[in-house]
Design a protein around this ligand. Structure first.
Ligand code: GAR
Length: 210
């Protein structure tokens, strides 16, 4: 049984999708804990109701990123996870932290990386006149929103879209590709080819939603 620790900062809908898929599809994995940097993160309640351990490491209580990341790592390591899953975890992480979980920490970012790293991805895609937007699941490295891509999903940007409408369309795709990616990890289906990640059997690492 592989152990997962999921980090959230808010609503936690991706965390919820992963928790549900893990039990419904009988993955060889269990969600050992859900950890938030915000005490008021909505997703904590869902996790607690499911009997999953929860923890809060409030970034406001730490004087530096180093101090926060050290405490976060201490709490994470208490659950001995095989994989750390960042699911709407809105903190910039130190190189020491990302190195500690190299090749065993995933993130989901709401753009087709390497386009639109950082914040306000949907606003920026609309402003640029993009016709296609999307979401990327990737391994985490020291460089923000970089690292080997596991799966990407593309959705259309439709005339009249505002950021809210586009975000909702992208979120539907998020809830499909993040559970899929985590499942592949726990099943050992992801293989490294240099700095690139492939599915062992050539499983499709893309999704197009119209
Ligand atoms: C998701 O859209 C996720 O892609 C994004 O935050 C949202 C969290 O929603 N993540 C980032 O922007 C990371 N840079 P959720 O809490 O409902 O899963």
């Amino acid at each position: 049984m592989k152990k997962l620790v999921i980090l959230i900062s808010g609503r936690g809908s991706n965390m919820e999708a992963i928790v549900k898929a893990c039990s419904a599809e009988g993955w060889p994995a269990e969600v050992a804990a859900v950890i938030s940097n915000r005490p008021d993160a909505g997703g904590l309640q869902f996790a607690a109701e499911r009997g999953i351990a929860t923890a809060i490491v409030d970034h406001k209580a730490y004087a530096s990123r180093d101090a926060f990341d050290a405490e976060l790592a201490r709490v994470i390591d208490g659950f001995a996870p095989d994989l750390v899953v960042l699911a709407g975890f809105m903190r910039i992480l130190t190189p020491a932290f990302t190195a500690r979980y190299a090749r065993r920490m995933l993130n989901i970012h709401p753009s087709l990386l390497p386009a639109f790293t950082g914040l306000h991805t949907h606003e920026r895609a609309i402003e640029m006149g993009c016709k296609v937007a999307g979401v990327t699941v990737h391994f985490v490295t020291a460089e923000l929103d970089h690292g080997a891509i596991v799966v990407q999903a593309a959705v259309p940007v439709l005339p009249g879209d505002d950021a809210k409408a586009l975000a909702a369309r992208v979120l539907t795709a998020e809830h499909r590709i993040y559970p899929q990616s985590v499942r592949w990890f726990v099943e050992g289906a992801l293989v490294w080819d240099g700095e690139v990640v492939r599915h062992r059997d050539g499983g499709p690492q893309h999704l197009f939603l119209s």
